[in-house]
Design a protein around this ligand. Structure first.
Ligand code: CTP
Ligand code: MG
Length: 226
């Protein structure tokens, strides 16, 4: 069983509203995606790294120029994150039981230690697993037209990597009803009646989404790894 990374990097970063897609913004001296790739390149368990970009991407060549054959670029990005990942799965080379670790390009704070932890705790689980954070704030809901408080015990925030057997993830994404509604890979696997394992992640693995996240990510990237 091999461990293969698949990094969706075909988004436009609409919420960041920067001049280039957010995965290419400089953070602590390097493009965001270069930090993300480095966590996998520094992790001995990872056999191969694939990155999915859009067909018209002008930036990826420079970012992977020094990655010496360990990163394969797939120019098959789709209209949604889910479609980018599904297209990438169809294009990459893996055996049915190989574990695919899907990880957002926009989470540059990932470390080799967090990848190793996910593999150690969930690598043997046939339903896969993902990094996640326990909810620490009090959670309010306004859905029913009134304010209610949802008990936070047992609530988690999903991170990535999310790791599944290749055959299971491909099947889950091909059967998923609505690409817009699938915001992570685990939810597609859950729809098959399976329970991916939650493994405690770390706040430094935040998804850089809004302009305010740039400063937080820079702070983590210039501080010691856990
Ligand atoms: N992604 C992708 N293909 C898409 C949309 C998103 O590969 N069609 C990737 C992004 O590049 C990112 C990850 O999925 O690494 C998580 O998505 P998100 O944070 O939503 O990034 P964007 O879609 O680029 O940002 P926004 O939603 O603000 O436009
Ligand atoms: Mg998006």
């Amino acid at each position: 069983q091999r461990y293969v990374a698949l990094i969706p990097a075909a988004g436009v970063g609409a919420r960041m509203a920067a001049a280039s897609p957010k995965q290419y913004l400089p953070l602590a001296g390097k493009p965001m995606l270069r930090h993300t790739l480095q966590a996998f390149l520094d992790c001995a368990a990872i056999a191969q790294v694939y990155v999915v970009v859009s067909a018209a991407d002008d930036y990826i060549g420079d970012v992977v120029a020094d990655c010496a054959g360990r990163v394969t670029v797939l120019r098959c990005g789709g209209a949604t994150r889910m479609e980018s990942i599904r297209n990438g799965l169809r294009a990459l080379d893996a055996a049915p039981h190989d574990r695919i670790l899907v990880h957002d390009a926009a989470r540059p704070g990932l470390t080799p230690a967090l990848i190793d932890k996910l593999i150690a705790e969930a690598g043997a689980n046939p339903a896969g697993g993902l990094l996640a954070l326990r909810v620490v704030d009090t959670v309010k809901s306004t859905r029913a037209g009134r304010v209610e408080t949802t008990p936070r015990d047992g609530l988690w925030l999903a991170q990535t990597p999310q790791m599944f057997p290749y055959e299971l993830l491909l099947r889950a994404l091909e059967q998923a009803p609505d690409p817009e509604a699938i915001t992570d890979d685990a939810s597609a696997v859950e729809m098959l009646g399976l329970s991916p394992q939650l493994v405690e992640g770390h706040p430094r693995n935040l998804k850089v989404t809004l302009p305010a996240d740039i400063g937080i990510a820079t702070m983590y990237l210039t501080s010691e790894h856990p």
